[in-house]
Design a protein around this ligand. Structure first.
Ligand code: PLP
Ligand code: COI
Length: 353
């Protein structure tokens, strides 16, 4: 792989005391091209603009998929990725559904490892902070007719990250718009899933809510996920999360939380979950906690859930007594190499250099 280093790093301009998600990017990016049925020209080069033909299907037909993952530092500044092969598997699952070529494991992992090693100074050092890594695959050439592209580009960029949501969230259960539908692409990280959520999310924001709690598109009676997070409910001393199906992104954070909770002896249910069950739980005071989780979001506490104009405020449990706080700490401790890693989730960069 060719490596073209930046002449003058931009890190001096990075304010690690005020990290704003997605506003600053590390010095380099990784690119690999897919042309004539083959992957070639893998390169790490300075982060910068890229140029494609205006007829590229990514611009017209949204043929684009992405991933989100993180690199952490421990106290000795050793670098760890968190379950990177899960992101590798998922981007290829998304690519297949969008009729795109899959990315070979060596291209994904070598590009990732070399890029993060080169830009390791961009990984913040504090607990809870990380370098958010964004691998993405886009369709770069074709003809204007609605057909899959002939050429593709796989790119990895990264941005220093702190908390994605800075405060507990007010959530609205959606009854009109949908994020995904049966037979669709809800289970993938297709770019268009996010574009189509922007308008209903803005409407919810204007009503005073931070995020939407999506429900199934045909009946709006079953809970799916929220914003860029899978969701959990602490109901009658059970931790319940909607079972991932074709409408729901199977979250790596969600799956990790399930394993962590089970290991701690917490009773976990992954199953279909109705809006009425949640509302009853709220009315009877049996729903003690609700939270969302994801790579960018980590774990985010919901303080209010709204349904049909009724705002239900969740109990104000002190932070250190919340199950969400306990699970967040357990997860971050593993990610920052502060605790045992019983599941083998940490990926120490130095072992692969
Ligand atoms: N659901 C959606 C729609 C997301 O964008 C994300 C974020 O990646 C998640 C769930 C959580 O997935 P993960 O934990 O793998 O980041
Ligand atoms: C992630 O958590 O990786 C996401 O996809 C969130 C992102 C859309 C900001």
């Amino acid at each position: 792989m060719r490596i073209e280093k930046i002449l003058q790093s931009r890190i001096e301009k990075m304010d690690f005391k005020n990290i704003s998600f997605g506003h600053q990017y590390s010095d380099h990016m990784f690119c690999s091209e897919y042309k004539n049925g083959k992957w070639k020209n893998s390169i790490i080069k300075p982060f910068g603009n890229i140029m494609f033909s205006p007829i590229s299907p990514v611009f017209h037909y949204g043929q684009a998929v992405f991933e989100g993952m993180k690199a952490y530092k421990d106290k000795n500044e050793e670098v760890f990725l968190f379950r990177p092969k899960e992101n590798f598997k998922r981007i290829n699952k998304s690519a297949i559904r969008l009729e795109m070529p899959t990315i070979p494991l060596d291209i994904f992992m070598n590009g990732l490892i070399k890029l993060i090693d080169l830009d390791r100074d961009w990984i913040p050092k504090n607990y809870g902070q990380s370098l958010y890594i964004r691998p993405f695959l886009i369709a770069t050439n074709g003809v204007l007719s609605a057909k899959p592209s002939k050429d593709y580009m796989f790119i990895i960029i990264s941005t220093p990250a702190d908390s994605y949501y800075k405060y507990p969230l007010k959530i609205k259960i959606e009854e009109k718009y949908s994020r995904s539908s049966s037979g669709g692409v809800g289970f993938t990280k297709a770019a268009g899933n996010y574009a189509s959520s922007f308008y209903p999310t803005r409407l919810a924001n204007e009503e005073g809510f931070d995020q939407i709690l999506w429900t199934d598109s045909s009946t709006h009676t079953m809970i799916e996920e929220s914003g860029t997070m899978n969701v959990f409910f602490w109901l009658k001393n059970k931790l319940i999360t909607p079972k991932a199906n074709e409408n729901i992104l199977s979250g790596i954070t969600c799956n990790s939380i399930i394993d962590l909770a089970k290991k701690e002896g917490i009773y976990v249910e992954k199953r279909d979950l109705s809006v009425s069950e949640i509302i009853k739980g709220l009315q009877k005071g049996e729903l003690k906690e609700a939270f969302g989780c994801g790579t960018a979001a980590v774990i985010n506490y919901f303080k209010m859930i709204s349904y049909k104009g009724n705002n239900f405020v969740l109990p104000d449990i002190p932070e250190n007594q919340r199950i969400s706080f306990f699970l967040k700490k357990s997860l971050l401790d593993i990610q920052h190499n502060l605790s045992e890693d019983p599941f083998g989730w940490r990926f120490p960069l130095k072992r692969f250099l």
